[in-house]
Write a protein that binds this ligand. Structure first.
Ligand code: ZN
Ligand code: ZN
Length: 496
């Protein structure tokens, strides 16, 4: 049998890093960040040091101790050896959520990363728009490299970037990787481009679900995945079980219906919080806005992501409004002043090019568009808009000063102490501005319910199933009655 090593995703939701060793070929399914474990040790201002390469991550049990997979700059900088060839032949990314893809950053650039076109778009957007310091997903910035100065003596720090070996998979088409035939199969999940995999060699056929659901906007994708996986007669199946204990689902259509009723009752600004990469949810609130004679207002970041998906069934970027926040010097209204050669001038009298400098390069292409909107418009006609705001955008409330506003929470319930703290802060902000908080029934999970997961595995009927991406692997035991062996994987990462 193929050798399976689990370096994450065991007894926890996410952090999948599963190594498969065939006779001569090795690969990983996903290479993600384990949220719960990271939160046990880290916080916003307590982060692993880049100066220590991979070693902080390894010390905290966030990255596995596996030779031949990590980037040369980090290894050599810490005095470790670097072998000429990578120890694995590839990494198959199921989708672009950080708990599946974030730690690509640490991998050597010559390890091929297999992923869907949509996942590449999203990772590229994260790389381009993120402020995270560990986000070399498509290009590796050579760290700890000095190059001769262009002028004068001495050295300067290199800014060189090298491209990763990115291999875009074509859905349903087999490709070869060493001794394995592999194909990616699209599934429905809470962001575009999610897929599962079938990988087979002479000994085994392995099915990997990634994250999936049957109650999103494209359930037929997941059903087709089940059909193909069943026909492949797998010996091994690695199945997610995030919601194995949950019986029921809320669908996007239900959210839409409920939200229309809620927004119809509102007389002023409606604020909604949904995940920035969940473009299905964007569709939902775009439709809610249409039904309630409002317009949806999104952040520059969401506009940037949406722009990458034009022509693929999502709303056109020009059909929504894009919110321009005050940044840097905040030069977008007449309330700010700047000193120009000893004279304090009102912003409107200052060269407009100065205001552009407050924004990142990736944001600038949107700033001159007709569908840009600022806080003054939201103040003037609050009844005309649905304003998407996530946690980090709550500060916009200080500019908008909403009255009798409604805030709809359309994101997951807090499931760790960090999220509970954030939730309390949201509540405090809403109290401060006397905003009515609506939080029940407006989120559709990206994951199938327990009965759906069990039925899926029964249908596919592998010889063995390994429960992953779940806190309750023992709930899979029922499958033994169907003649499916349930194998409880052990994590190779140190225990907390
Ligand atoms: Zn996940
Ligand atoms: Zn996911």
């Amino acid at each position: 049998m193929a050798d399976l090593s689990f370096y994450g995703g065991v007894g926890e939701i996410g952090g999948n890093k599963i190594k498969v060793d065939g006779q001569e070929t090795s690969f990983f399914f996903d290479f993600g960040l384990a949220f719960a474990r990271a939160n046990d040790y880290l916080s916003e201002f307590l982060q692993p040091r880049k100066s220590n390469g991979i070693l902080d991550f390894v010390a905290l049990g966030l990255l596995p101790c596996v030779k031949g997979i990590y980037r040369e700059d980090y290894l050599r900088h810490s005095g470790m050896s670097y072998q000429s060839k990578p120890a694995v032949d590839g990494v198959f990314i199921s989708h672009a959520h950080v708990d599946h893809a974030a730690y690509i950053h640490h991998l050597r650039e010559d390890i091929p990363i297999y992923l869907s076109q949509e996942s590449l778009f999203i990772l590229k957007a994260l790389e381009d728009t993120g402020i995270a310091s560990f986000s070399d997903y498509t290009q590796l910035k050579k760290t700890f490299h000095l190059v001769p100065k262009k002028r004068g003596e001495g050295h300067t720090r290199s800014r060189e970037k090298v491209n990763r070996e990115i291999r875009i998979t074509r859905p349903y088409k087999f490709f070869e990787m060493g001794e394995f035939h592999v194909k990616s199969i699209p599934v429905d999940h809470s962001l575009p481009g999610a897929c599962g995999y079938v990988a087979l060699n002479d000994d085994d056929t392995i099915v990997y679900t990634g994250d999936l659901r049957f109650h999103g906007r494209q359930p037929e994708l997941t059903r087709k995945f089940v059909d193909i996986a069943r026909k492949s007669r797998p010996t091994i199946m690695l199945s997610e079980g995030t919601r194995i204990k949950s019986e029921h689902n809320i669908t996007e259509d239900e959210i839409e219906e409920r939200a229309i009723k809620q927004v119809d009752l509102a007389r002023n600004l409606v604020i909604v919080n949904y995940p920035v990469r969940d473009l299905d949810r964007l569709i939902t609130f775009y439709r809610v806005a249409q039904h309630t004679n409002r317009q949806l207002v999104v952040s520059l970041k969401q506009a940037y992501i949406l722009n990458l998906f034009q022509g693929q069934g999502y709303p056109d970027v020009s059909d929504i409004l894009i919110y321009k926040p005050r940044r840097g010097w905040g030069l977008i209204d007449n309330k700010s002043f700047a000193c120009v050669e000893d004279e304090w001038l009102c912003t409107s009298d200052i060269d407009p090019q100065q205001s552009i400098r407050d924004y990142h390069n990736w944001e600038r292409e949107f700033l001159e568009r007709d569908n840009i909107i600022k806080y003054q418009e939201l103040q003037r006609e609050p009844e005309s808009y649905i304003f998407r705001s996530d946690f980090f955008e709550l500060k916009e409330l200080i500019d908008i000063k909403p009255k009798d506003a409604v805030y709809i929470k359309s994101s997951t319930e807090p499931f760790d102490p960090q999220m509970e703290i954030s939730e309390r802060k949201v509540q405090n902000w809403l109290n401060l501005f006397k905003i009515h908080y609506v939080k029940e029934g407006f989120h559709a999970s990206g994951h199938a319910s327990g009965p759906e997961i069990l039925k899926m595995i029964q249908d596919i009927h592998p010889d063995k199933v390994f429960p992953i991406h779940t806190e309750y692997p023992e709930e899979f035991a029922l499958l033994e009655d169907d003649g499916i062996e349930v194998v409880y994987p052990q994590s190779l990462q140190p225990k907390n």
